[in-house]
Write a protein of this length. Structure first.
Lengths: 212, 212
DNA sequence: ATTAAGCTGTGAACTTTTTCACAGACCATC
DNA sequence: GATGGTCTGTGAAAAAGTTCACAGCTTAAT
């Protein structure tokens, strides 16, 4: 079984590979990829081993082929339909951020409670009433949700997403969500990230870890 | 030496404690804090042990006192002055997000290259020309920076921050920054976070890890 | 051909992080 | 003041993650 950390790095490797490909590179060595990713060469090799990918001892890894292998491991072949709840500054930022991204990740609609936003299009996607969250989510057949509402609303939104059959949540609200066992939650906690950096600045300690 | 992961959790505990305090709670047990934080009781106790904090076997931890202890461990007593570079959607979201936050973290100015933004106030803080980044950063005596510019500009901004004496960077651009050893970088990689969730949705695997 | 150099794949060692499990402390109640 | 229940603090065990180090392959050059 592939570890959560490895999943994260594979995603990173794929992006780096895509950049290399745009530079007309064909092959890459584990130590090059490691240096771009901020990791070590054995780490890269282990990660690729985890998905059963093999390179060649002399040429390293075939960039296009490896990127494809990672994609077929990570992605749902039918794409992943996503809804986003909470169209504040942050929500809008995320929407516009992912318009450009991989077409396999598709934010199909957003939700908010502000009547001024409801009914309009935000980043070319309809913004719906948060009251309709459950019905629309079922209707749109989505499995993944992004929460970008204030902390005090997050748990409620999460519950609604779960009853609508969502099994993965990316949560930007500064609350730890309670969800059933079968639901995966990734917390992006801006306050904690900020405070971590502040701590290391204050303490004068340097980075040791390969990174989160 | 306190581990990076523990630092992150301490930041989380402090926020939870503040919430409990607002509910007029006085004491809390490790298992309660653990449940709020999405962790385990021994983990909480270990983390508090790391900063040398002791509770009482019967009452658990004194909420106000523990929050203070965490603060005096994490925070710089003089506060941490921060600048933010890149006032797009995301940058603005972060600015407004941290206006409300702990007063010890203070975003004192923002920077952008857009003439329309330069000179105006954004979230009550002056927005300056990115060309003046190095001089202003020195002048403002900041040690920490937030990067919210597009990927292709991030390394350049990072270099400027480093020469201006910054020792901690929170990076939202989807690039791994190269910095000298004494500089701490925390990457918040939205694409990777998103793709991780998408993977777990697709694979039907549930969360195992205590979380990033 | 043979040698040299430099890569990958991976068992094994190591390090870090988490969990277990229990001694000792404390309070409430009888 | 003894008894029982429930907590903390922590050594020790376990698990997870990372790095080492080297065998084996592949190419290039002699």
């Amino acid at each position: 079984m592939v570890s959560e950390k490895t999943i994260g790095r594979l995603s990173l490797y794929r992006r780096l590979l895509t950049e290399l490909l745009a530079d007309d590179r064909l092959n890459v060595y584990s130590h090059e990829l490691a240096s771009l990713a901020g990791g070590t060469a054995p780490q890269v090799r282990r990660d690729l081993m985890a998905i059963g990918y093999s390179g060649s001892p002399s040429k390293g890894y075939d960039i296009a082929d490896l990127a494809d292998s990672i994609s077929s491991f990570l992605d749902n072949p039918n794409g992943t339909r996503v809804i986003l709840v909470g169209v504040g500054n942050l929500g809008r930022a995320i929407m516009s951020y992912f318009k450009i991204q991989r077409p396999t990740l598709n934010i199909v609609a957003s939700f908010d409670s502000d009547p001024k936003k409801i009914g309009s299009d935000i980043c070319d996607r309809p913004c719906c009433d948060i009251a309709e969250l459950e019905t629309k989510a079922l209707e749109l057949d989505v499995r993944m949700g992004v929460i970008a509402v204030p902390a005090d609303r997050a748990q409620n939104v999460s519950d609604k997403l779960v009853t609508a059959g969502i099994t993965g949540i990316l949560n930007f609200a500064p609350t730890r969500l309670k969800v059933p066992d079968h639901v995966y939650v990734e917390h992006v906690d801006l306050t904690t990230s900020m405070e971590k950096v502040a701590y290391f600045v204050q303490s004068g300690r340097k980075s040791t870890e390969p990174d989160a």
